[in-house]
Design a protein around this ligand. Structure first.
Ligand code: FDP
Length: 337
């Protein structure tokens, strides 16, 4: 339906969240949509920096390394601080955990009003910043546990992904697109630069059950487990019927394509990174929540990503994520021991 019957309707991300909440949670106070509006505000600011990155002195590394031992890019710092500043003004956010920070930031004294915990990767794929390749922001939202004392911060943070109340990502690319879920399907919005708002562009996104694209850093294949190597042989064999390889090297971008077109993304364990490279809390969990809400699957080769109990803030995990049939196919060759 449109207002005049001619133009497409305009629905912003805030309207969408409010309407969905009204329909499914009539008792909702609006506090959650106010929280998410901090994420959209922050990512609009980040998108603006990314777009002008070559024009102002924000390209390149800061010279520092983060807790993961990776070179920190100037844009990483800008994105991290922008998100922290925007979330700091939301009274419902008690704890903020960033992939770039060593420790969680306690934003408010624990009380009933600051019940949300937000975890994020401020700028995923940051080694691609200098070469104009798509990068993104990923976020995951939890609630404080009611069965644990307020001051046991890590117990509140280290919850399995199946406890997420929302998750999403923003991809900074030819257009800036946000996808989010609150457990009620996956919805996508495109930033309309003329009005500075994310407008609904795809509702109830479904990931195709299959797709002939595999996405992996195949240069590491000598280091992969045998089962993954057998899968990679199969995928290139005549028997498979033919697959295409696509690997951007920015998880958000590789996942975004997989969500829309189908296929499978893999980051298996390697000899160098026996527990995988990707972070459970900031990358695997939020994307697994989105994948499942769209009909896809996410596993570490042994168990469902969303059922993994995290034991550390910056824990890593192997990840196989994507279309149901394609993930099943990988698992038919490989089950982690
Ligand atoms: P980056 O190191 O550029 O930040 O987890 C980070 C990540 O990128 C993902 O976005 C990406 O999928 C992966 O690492 C790429 O790792 P490889 O370079 O080892 O393939």
């Amino acid at each position: 339906m449109t207002a005049t019957g001619r133009e497409p309707s305009i629905q912003t991300v805030q309207q969408h969240i409010l309407e969905r909440q009204r329909a499914h949670h009539p008792a909702a106070t609006g506090e959650f949509s106010w929280l998410l509006s901090a994420v959209t505000l922050a990512t609009k600011i980040v998108a603006d920096h990314v777009r002008r990155a070559g024009l102002i002195d924000i390209l390149g590394a800061t010279g520092a390394t983060n807790v993961q031992g990776e070179a920190v890019q100037k844009l990483d710092v800008i994105a991290n601080e922008t998100i922290a500043r925007c979330l700091g003004y939301r009274e419902s956010v008690g704890i903020m955990v960033s992939e770039e920070d060593d420790e969680p930031r306690i934003l408010k004294e624990p009380d009933a009003h600051a019940r949300y915990i937000i975890l994020f990767d401020p700028l995923d794929g940051s080694s691609n910043i200098d070469v104009n390749v798509s990068i993104g922001t990923i976020f995951s939202i939890l609630q404080r546990r009611e069965d644990v004392d307020a001051d046991r911060v890590m117990d509140h943070i280290l919850q399995p992904g199946n406890r997420q109340v929302a998750a999403g990502y923003v991809i900074y690319s030819s257009s800036t697109v946000m996808a989010y879920t609150t457990g009620d399907g996956v919805h996508m919005f495109t930033l309309d630069p003329s009005i500075g708002a994310f407008r609904l562009t795809r509702e109830e996104v479904r990931m195709p059950d299959s797709g002939r694209i595999y996405s992996v850093n195949e240069a590491y294949s000598p280091q992969f487990p045998d089962g993954i190597r057998r899968y990679l042989d199969w995928v290139k064999s005549e028997e498979s019927g033919g697959y295409a390889l696509r690997y951007i090297g920015s998880l958000v971008a590789d996942f975004h394509r997989t969500l829309i077109k189908g296929g499978v993304f893999l980051y298996p364990p390697t000899i160098k990174a026996p527990r995988g490279k990707l972070r459970l809390l900031y990358e695997a969990n939020p994307l697994a929540f989105i994948a499942e809400q769209a009909g896809g699957v996410a596993t570490d080769g042994r168990e469902r990503i969303l059922d993994k109990i995290p034991t550390a803030l910056h824990e890593r995990t192997p990840l196989v994520i994507g279309s149901k049939d394609e993930v099943d196919r990988v698992l038919s060759f490989w089950t982690a021991d």
